[in-house]
Design a protein around this ligand. Structure first.
Ligand code: SF4
Length: 485
């Protein structure tokens, strides 16, 4: 078996050197973190976009761009964490706290199946009242009742809380996490979503993710999943208190741990029946990150969103022009919050330009990640469409509901036809994919969802459907989102 080796770095080259960017696009060179920061900070946006597009075309070709039909099921909103960017969590005593009954969950899966969906993205708050058997029984029943549905569920912070709640055997976090994950995998868990990534740098993370696991723990959960032959994704939520170097540091850790996964577990397709005995490391599982999705922070209804935007009156005179996040951000995340008095007290929101720049950089910097997702649900469908020219190969998920991001701001919904039209109008053939990025329906002929539409005035973007809206209507309506991770 060939051992994976990343492409070489050329740190002395200027980041915008066309020769370097061409080599990166062809997979023959790797950006150094300093070069990535230079690109993010000062490269002209069209140069960044062109380079990311070239890299995307080298990996995915010129013709097809994809989406998946899945349903985002938030099984509980009860959570022990208090993330300052979250408007979704509730205490157990809150009048609107909920945990879905199995029957409610199955009904949602039935509706998904009825419209040709292939996957559920199931994440929740971290609810200490739910025992391990609740998860195992649920997964067993889903597997038996809906064997065609891929279960993409339980992000790393949930796994860390499983370890705290269930107190499994093991000498360290990795072993304890493996004990839990093996059991959930045997019960029917297929892959792990990258929720809860946010920003890894400790100074930022400790300010925004109160009660949530640190970066090392997050990455360890994913490492365990990879060792068991599972695919996972990685995410980043930016545009709040972080500096630009924090974004590069975050992506750098994903790249580094992906190198490790590819080196240790191979690049092959994971077998479907890895035994996964606790403590046993299979060196040919093929588990790794398949996708990276980043999106800007949505501030509405959140404590973090109530911070003043930088610069507030008097800030520049008192502290200089540098945004506090940039003043303390380091590529090795060694900056500390006491290095700027306003760090964590000022917001710098990301608009369309920052979103596109950051996504384009992720395509170039994360040379070992196959899919870069356009997370347009927060930016609108047309920015999401432009994102296909800035390194994204995938438009995310056609979802039937979304509750977490839509609790914190404006999100959009589209039906499948509009999504296909957006992809086609961007110059590509739309295709429905599965969780492993295999094309399952190529929409190249007259029967494509968009080509069956006779009146486009009925298919404009709307705000995302809330769960109640779907249930009141009593029908399974498609909505489209791109925060699915
Ligand atoms: S983001 Fe997730 S972990 Fe954080 S408070 Fe909200 S539900 Fe809990």
């Amino acid at each position: 078996m060939t051992i994976y080796a990343p492409p070489p770095e050329f740190p002395s080259r200027d980041a915008t050197d066309p020769g370097l960017l061409g080599a990166v696009a062809r997979g023959e060179a790797r950006l150094a973190p300093e070069q990535a920061l230079e690109l993010l900070t000062s490269a002209p946006i069209h140069a960044l976009g062109r380079a990311a597009d070239a890299r995307c075309r080298a990996v995915h070709g010129d013709s097809v761009r994809t989406y998946v039909i899945d349903r985002n099921i938030n099984y509980t909103n009860v959570c022990t964490a208090r993330c300052t960017f979250c408007a979704f969590y509730r205490t157990a005593e809150a009048p609107d706290a909920y945990t879905l009954e199995y029957e409610q969950l199955f009904e949602k899966i039935e509706q998904l199946s009825a419209i040709g969906g292939t996957q559920i993205l199931m994440q929740g708050g971290m609810n200490p009242e739910l025992p391990l058997d609740w998860y195992i029984d649920l997964l067993n029943e889903i597997r038996e009742g809906y064997p065609h549905i891929h279960v993409h569920a339980f992000s790393p912070p949930e796994f860390i809380e499983f370890v705290h709640f269930f107190n499994p055997p093991g000498k360290n976090l990795e072993e304890k996490c493996r004990w839990v994950m093996v059991r959930l995998k045997e019960a029917g868990l297929h892959s792990i979503p990258g929720g809860g990534g946010e920003i890894f740098a400790p100074a930022v993370r400790s300010k925004i993710g109160m009660g949530k696991c640190d970066a090392e723990a997050w990455l360890t959960v994913m490492y365990v999943a990879h060792s068991l032959g599972m695919y996972t994704s990685a995410t980043m939520m930016f545009g709040h208190i972080e500096g630009l170097a924090d974004r590069v540091h975050h992506m750098g850790l994903v790249r580094q741990w992906q190198d490790r996964a590819l080196r240790e577990f191979g690049e092959g397709v994971p077998p479907t029946d890895i035994a996964g005995d606790p403590g046993v490391k299979d060196t040919s599982t093929g588990g790794h990150y398949t996708a990276f999705i980043s999106w800007p922070f949505q501030p509405e209804n959140t404590p973090l969103g109530r911070l003043k935007e930088w610069p507030a009156p008097g800030d520049v005179q008192a502290h200089g022009p540098a945004f506090p996040g940039d003043a303390i951000a380091r590529l090795d995340a060694s900056g500390t919050k006491d290095q700027h008095p306003e760090f964590g007290r000022r917001l710098r929101r990301a608009g369309a330009t920052q979103y596109l720049r950051t996504q384009a950089l992720s395509r170039l910097f994360l040379d070992n990640i196959y899919s870069i997702g356009s997370s347009w649900v927060t930016m609108g469908p047309h920015i999401g469409q432009v994102a296909l020219q800035f390194g994204a190969n995938d438009m995310g998920s056609v979802m039937m509901e979304e509750n977490v991001v839509s609790s914190a701001g404006t999100t959009y919904c589209l039906d499948e036809a509009v999504l296909c039209r957006l992809i086609r109008d961007a110059g590509f053939t739309p295709a429905q994919r599965n969780n492993t990025y295999d094309v399952i329906r190529l929409h190249s002929d007259g029967s494509s969802p968009d080509r069956r539409v006779s009146d486009w005035s009925q298919h404009r973007a709307k705000r995302l459907h809330q769960e109640q809206a779907i249930e009141v209507k009593g029908t399974a309506e498609l909505t489209v989102g791109a925060t699915g991770s």
